[in-house]
Design a protein around this ligand. Structure first.
Ligand SMILES: [Zn+2]
Ligand SMILES: [Zn+2]
Length: 332
């Protein structure tokens, strides 16, 4: 939409209310679009709610598309963590329907409630200029660290007795996850774990009294990339975890789905490492490395790795049955 055309369309009174004191000439392109959006929609609550929902849908499905394409091309199979388990089109479609259902029933109302809450604690929404990257960087770092620890604790709780059986079991339908499965979960889980994503910005804003919703959008975008990539099922030589060794990535979370144990955090490896909830994962990696060193040919290694994966998955099924029955299993 054109900024000037929008202003000319008789929206000047709202403009005066929201932006009367803003120096237009100093705004960059993105900031002018930001202003035009709020003027065009004509109601800040609806403008923020709609922008938040659209951002989530566009980023979520937009980020899933490359993974759907990669799953359809056999060339990429050599980087698939569980190469024997490639999702079918039918599986991906079923997953999409469930994800859309929870987006509309849980996330849409939650996003709508977000604006009044955000305003009440002093978060900037329609205001311009937008924050600089120097302002956003520490705020986003806080969100990452907060969410990761929240998830580490809440995810372990979801692996116990009734919480697993009635809620988290849905997310564990796929022992070899794929991008779309990132948000494939019971609505209660979307709500519980979504709290970790949104409580960080809210707490930061409440205590620091300085946060723009644009920063929250950048954080949500990065968090969605993290979640979808962690479920992608692929570990490339250029994946982030090979550059940042403390980054979890797909290699870390794929094991959680395959083995039904260990690796409870989202973005970082440190909490699982400190609390020892990555013992089985590290043992598995060590066994794979030893196998690779011992194997006479790549074919022999692939066969041996496949047998090990089957063994780990069998143990995972036993652990899952124990968790479901509320057995006193160590939550590792
Ligand atoms: Zn889990
Ligand atoms: Zn998962």
């Amino acid at each position: 939409m054109s900024f000037n055309a929008t202003l000319a369309a008789g929206a000047t009174s709202l403009y005066d209310t929201l932006y009367g004191n803003t120096d237009l000439a100093s705004l960059n392109w993105l900031e002018r679009q930001w202003v035009a959006w709020y003027i065009w929609i004509g109601n800040p609550v609806i403008a923020t709610g709609l922008a938040s929902f659209l951002l989530h849908e566009i980023v979520y499905f937009g980020r899933c598309i490359p993974w759907i394409i990669i799953d359809a091309i056999p060339y990429f199979r050599k980087w698939k963590l569980q190469p024997a388990k490639v999702p079918t089109a039918q599986e991906q479609w079923e997953c999409t329907k469930q994800v859309l259902f929870s987006h509309f029933t849980i996330e849409l109302p939650a996003i709508w409630l977000f604006h009044p809450l955000a305003e009440a604690i002093g978060m900037s929404t329609y205001q311009v200029p937008l924050p600089s990257w120097q302002t956003m960087l520490p705020q986003i770092a806080f969100c990452f660290i907060f969410e990761d620890f929240f998830h580490f604790v809440a995810h372990q709780a979801l692996h116990t007795g009734p919480l697993y059986k009635h809620i988290h079991k849905i997310h564990h339908k796929y022992s070899a996850p794929f991008g779309l499965a990132a948000e494939y979960a019971h609505p209660a889980e979307v709500f519980i774990l979504g709290t970790g994503t949104i409580a960080g910005p809210l707490l930061y804003c409440y205590f620091m009294r300085d946060l723009h919703i644009f920063t929250v959008y950048v954080w949500i975008t990065l968090r969605l990339f993290q979640a979808i990539d962690a479920h992608s099922g692929y570990d490339f030589p250029w994946s982030l975890q090979h550059i940042l060794p403390f980054w979890s990535g797909a290699e870390h979370h794929d094991f959680h789905h395959m083995a039904f144990t260990n690796n409870f955090s989202t973005s970082f490896r440190w909490w699982d490492r400190i609390f020892g909830t990555d013992d089985k994962y590290r043992e598995y990696r060590a066994r794979v490395a030893a196998m690779k060193a011992k194997s006479a040919s790549p074919k022999e290694f692939i066969e041996a790795e496949k047998r090990l994966m089957e063994e780990v998955e069998r143990e995972g099924l036993v652990a899952e049955a124990e968790a479901e029955s509320g057995g006193k299993r160590k939550s590792s």
